[in-house]
Design a protein around this ligand. Structure first.
Ligand code: WT7
Length: 659
């Protein structure tokens, strides 16, 4: 990490935000939880979590101790308890007479649909559990999952959980090499994949990457189960490869779930760290499921009987794990699952789905919101979005302009927005407003959830007063916390628990406003230092996006001989913006935007360059790859761009810059 310091002064722009949106009295009255939950959690935190565990999950054996922190930072929650994730997500709802409730409204990109009830899903998971066991998968074995956004992804994950196998989902956008290194690190015995999927109206393949990953011997994989999704021809390795339908048809639909120890590993999910080697984040069963279910109920105010919930994340990321596969099903929700891209076959696809399924809770990422903003408000305006009653945001700080657009254009000015801060490592939401309680502030995640203890500290680990910035830390262990980095407990300790004594270092900069509410300022490794002044990329991006011309902005700190670092901004202009034309249009636009940033934050924050670009390099999960932009800004050849959703973006930007 290059710089681990932040200075509050640069963040005044965000903190001048004074708009407040309290819940309507009707929303507040009907909300799942009320203000008193904060006090009851604070009065006895462990008793609070024990109650969440016992009320939200059905345990086959009760636990005897809520938290064992004696081996800190290694932890155990709900010690001695036994619980089965799949039973909680499926069987118990069927036993409770909810078998006919829709669990998943699946919508494929080409428009094919499937309605899957809790009874259907339970049967599929039972078959898959039997099928995987028949293939030799035993409790504790690892299963690599390389699937698109289709119901079989959920079935596979839950079938693994049912039998105590540990899934390791690898996002379909990762390359064969990345898949192989994850298979090797976890020593996976089975791979579940598909021939492919659809992206932007065209078939897109997955199985060839599995074949390539397994081409070199020396791996641990015994079988590859292949779902037929897009019908593409695929190479076949006899004895190793099996068709999903064949193994499922051969399997019995009867399967009794047994409880697994509360600390039994549930899944590994790889995430990038500050070094080149991805970290295998390990989550276990009881604590993870408890916090996932609790947060999904209180943050989204879920009413399982009436809500239709849609989380647009991919199953390959932690958001898809916690808020598609586990929490919604444990809570008995009805959800929408969409396979494809938001602009296929047209830019109104998401809103068409909201109208069609009467989605009432939508959970998505700021990058998607800003993309939709760029496409124009007239597109969502064509659809009936009146079913929406709550909106969620996750993944990166949401700038106030995107927040307001989300509220007004998508939420009709009525629906509360919950900006949820958490990480792959935290397993579940940690900081967010409670929609029936908190008066929301555009751009702030605001408050730790009841049961969670966060703080912002300075370099020396001292809590900063309100109005100041520093590092976000988690002061107390929480149920869904990662237990370790797979195979590397030392790295776990070093990465998260060594920066501040006894506290979890999240890697994010944050500031407390005058009310003590928390504003996330981006990763501390994205903080720039310009002439000894520290600036947040987020802050400058927010200022840029507050200009009416700008749809999206990415800022990097580029090495500069004079000032240490210089601010370089890449911006996408809105299609509907009235931007001056003529010979020097691009130069004029960038001068206007530099001046705008100077006005919003101060002359020190003015980007040295503002480059107008047609696209920004993004991973398939929608994260802007600032590293690549930094390469371009520093005149280097942008290295490996293979994880980009559209690898040609970088060539295009580099070519534009050479003009
Ligand atoms: C990092 C974690 C949480 C699931 C998706 C991302 C950033 C996440 C917010 C938010 C500001 C946020 C942080 C965090 N982040 N949510 N609401 N406001 N920043 O999981 O890939 O593990 O990334 O995403 O920087 O550390 P992830």
């Amino acid at each position: 990490m290059s710089q681990q310091t932040v200075n509050g002064d640069a963040f005044e722009n965000l903190l001048r935000e004074e708009r407040r949106f309290p819940p309507s009295p009707e929303f507040a009255a009907a909300a799942n939880v009320h203000e008193d939950i904060y006090a009851s959690a604070a009065a006895d935190r462990l008793a609070f979590w024990a109650e969440q565990a016992r009320t939200r999950l059905t345990w086959s054996k009760d636990f005897s101790e809520t938290l064992d922190w004696s081996q800190a930072p290694f932890t155990k929650w709900f010690v001695g308890g036994e619980v089965n994730a799949a039973y909680n997500a499926l069987d118990r709802h069927v036993e409770n007479g909810l078998g006919d409730r829709v669990a998943i409204h699946f919508e494929g990109e080409p428009g094919d649909t499937e309605t899957i009830t809790y009874a259907d899903l339970t049967e599929r998971v039972k078959r898959a559990a039997n099928a995987f066991e028949a293939l030799g998968v035993r409790k504790g074995d690892r299963v690599a999952v390389y699937l698109p956004m289709i119901p079989e992804a959920v079935v596979t994950m839950l079938a693994c959980a049912r039998i105590g196998a540990v899934h390791s989902v690898v996002f379909g956008g990762f390359s064969a090499d990345a898949l192989r290194s994850r298979i090797d690190d976890a020593q996976a015995k089975l791979v579940v994949t598909a021939d492919g999927t659809y992206r932007r109206g065209k078939p897109s393949s997955l199985k060839p990457a599995v074949d390539e990953a397994l081409a070199e011997p020396g791996h641990t994989v015994e079988h590859v189960v292949v779902v037929r999704r897009n019908g593409q021809d695929v190479a076949w390795t006899e004895a190793r490869d099996l068709h999903w339908t064949d193994v499922m048809e051969a399997a019995s639909p009867e399967h009794t779930a047994v409880g697994h120890d509360s600390e039994h590993p549930l899944f590994i999910l790889y995430t990038s760290g500050t070094t080149g080697k991805p970290k295998g984040i390990l989550h276990t069963t009881g604590g993870y499921l408890t916090q996932a279910a609790y947060t999904h109920s209180v943050v989204f105010d879920l009413k399982p009987e009436t809500d239709v919930y849609w989380c647009t994340a991919d199953i390959g990321w932690v958001t898809g794990h916690s808020y598609i596969t586990y929490a919604p099903l444990i809570n008995g929700a009805t959800q929408v699952m969409y396979e494809g891209t938001p602009d296929t076959p047209h830019q109104g696809r998401w809103w068409e789905l909201v109208e069609k399924y009467k989605v009432s809770i939508l959970y998505t990422a700021p990058t998607a919101i800003r993309t939709m903003m760029k496409w124009g408000s007239d597109i969502p305006a064509k659809y009936d979005l009146s079913s929406i009653r709550l909106l969620g945001s996750v993944g990166e700080p949401i700038n106030p302009e995107a927040w307001m657009w989300y509220r007004e254009v998508i939420g009709g000015g009525r629906a509360p927005i919950v900006d949820t801060w958490w990480q792959t490592e935290t397993g579940a939401i940690m900081i967010a407003p409670l929609p029936g309680v908190t008066a929301t502030k555009p751009g702030s995640a605001q408050v730790a959830l009841p049961g969670i203890v966060v703080d912002v500290v300075d370099d020396s680990g001292k809590s900063v007063p309100n109005g100041h910035g520093g590092f976000l830390v988690l002061r107390e262990p929480w149920p869904a916390m990662l237990r370790t980095i797979w195979g590397d407990p030392e790295r776990y300790r070093d990465t998260y628990w060594s920066r501040f004594e006894g506290e979890y270092f999240a890697g994010d900069g944050a500031k407390k406003d005058d009310d003590g509410d928390i504003w996330l300022l981006g990763r501390v490794d994205d903080v720039m230092n310009v002439s000894g002044h520290r600036l947040s990329t987020t802050e400058i991006e927010s200022a840029l996006v507050s200009h009416e011309w700008v749809a999206e902005a990415a800022v990097v700190g580029a090495a500069d001989a004079t000032t240490g670092q210089a601010v370089v901004a890449f911006v996408i202009l809105r299609s509907e913006a009235e931007i001056p034309t003529g010979e020097n249009a691009a130069e004029d636009a960038s001068a206007v935007l530099r001046a705008h940033v100077g006005k919003e934050i101060g002359p020190i924050a003015k980007p040295k360059h503002v480059l107008v670009v047609p696209e920004l390099p993004k991973t398939r999960s929608g994260k802007i790859m600032r590293r690549l932009l930094k390469d371009v800004a520093e005149g280097r050849d942008p290295g490996d761009a293979t994880t980009l959703a559209d690898p040609s973006v970088m060539q295009q930007i580099a070519a534009d810059l050479r003009k």
